[in-house]
Design a protein around this ligand. Sequence first.
Ligand code: SF4
Ligand code: SF4
Length: 509
Amino acid sequence: MRVLHDIHGGIHPPERKGLSQPGKLASLGLPPRLVIPLRQHLGAPAVPVVAPGDTVLGGQLLAEANGVMSVPVHAPTSGTVRAIESRPIAHASGLEDICIEIETDGLDQWVALTGTPQWQECEPAALAERVRDAGIAGMGGAGFPTAVKLTPGPKRPIELLLINGTECEPYITADDTLMQCFADQLIEGAAILAHILGAGAILIGIEDNKPEAIARVQAAVTKAGASIEVASFPTKYPSGGEKQVIEILTGQQVPSGGIPADIGIVCLNPGTAVAVREAIVDGKPLTHRIVTLTGEALSQPCNTLACLGTPIGYLLQSTGWTSEAQQRVIHGGPMMGFAVSNLAAPITKITNCLLAPTEAELPLPEEPRPCIRCGHCAEACPASLLPQQLYWYARAKDQEQLAEHRLFDCIECGACAYVCPSQIPLVQYYRAAKGQIRDSEQERARSDNSRARFEAREKRVAEEAAAREEKRAARKAAAQQQADNGGVDPVQAAIARAKAKKAQQDAQQ
Ligand code: SF4
Ligand code: SF4
């Protein structure tokens, strides 16, 4: 029996997970158009390899990766490319980004897929490359390119692969549904990931509010005869943070500013493991994902396996959405999600939930009041930070103190804001402060570069001036010597002597 460890802080908001009936997958059909962003992951956007007017098949490459921190994008079904242009995307900024629009043909014809069921015989590096070519980025929310996580380098040997099935945020049941519906695939995906990483142990962690998922995953492990441990632990928000789940299950702490690989652990989402299995065993790129559609403004909340690029509005209309005045649609959950400003925006590889709450269900935030220094935020913080201090320093734009108080260890879970009696939107301050610090660092790097370029130029100019001065001094010395020789240029005299000698030799011959 695994020894569990508690983390600091945490909260117990109403879970409301039953609303979307985890464990069942609803079919919502194929939308007439898909809008596929070129950036669905952390890092550089993919580069299109198709053009408007091209017909494409499901699984066909639409855009290739642009560097190591990038992943390609593939067509989720067959159809015709209608446009490659800026479109609204689901992002907190509300900005647009370049997307490929496909008019679907309803035939769902696919390219021939070539899988490798005998993956045990393949080199880990070759399999990691296949994961990258399949366009897989972490499906738990951050969208970190998975192949980068799978190649931590020789200085970071990996002992443990941890599949994080916590899914602690209220309302969201996409991972729960995936673990119930695709338990066998999850087990094989985890085995492939451990093979790539060279990890000796595999642990699947699931919160105890998902008994069906725990039972199905455990049954799949037994069926496969796999050496995989399934551990359940008490439900608390935000136990699903990477650092938090590692501490709960292993007692180890990831160092501040470090990554799990620094302590020999790689942590991946169950959806990522299933996508890796599809990529390797079936040869299928990442083109679909499970999305929870929930909230009381929907008459048929559910989980569905949706094509990447499906417009959010299409999914909501397909689940009996009745919009009310001031209707909000949240991408993600109520704690860490953000409001979507345009329902034409599509779902992406990181969309785990679309929440359409009624106002009675999730009231709009009240006007913030002054901080009363109650300290509840510090009690709730899972990263043992001082949220109230961070709030003051963020307001004062004191970057030194923000760094001193470990702002970048904040996982933006929102637990502090949830308990704050003054309704201060603390996370917004932290996000803004992080953005300002990143901007300052970029500005500093830019000015360091400019200074280095200026200094290099100054050095070159000085060296050229010194060389000119040296030549001038040499000329002056030569002229002085000529004057000392009675006006005879010593160089010209030497040349004349050589010519005379040669003429004498010619005459003698
Ligand atoms: S919970 Fe809110 S009011 Fe209380 S100390 Fe923290 S920021 Fe201030
Ligand atoms: S948002 Fe940041 S500061 Fe607030 S509780 Fe979460 S980790 Fe702590």
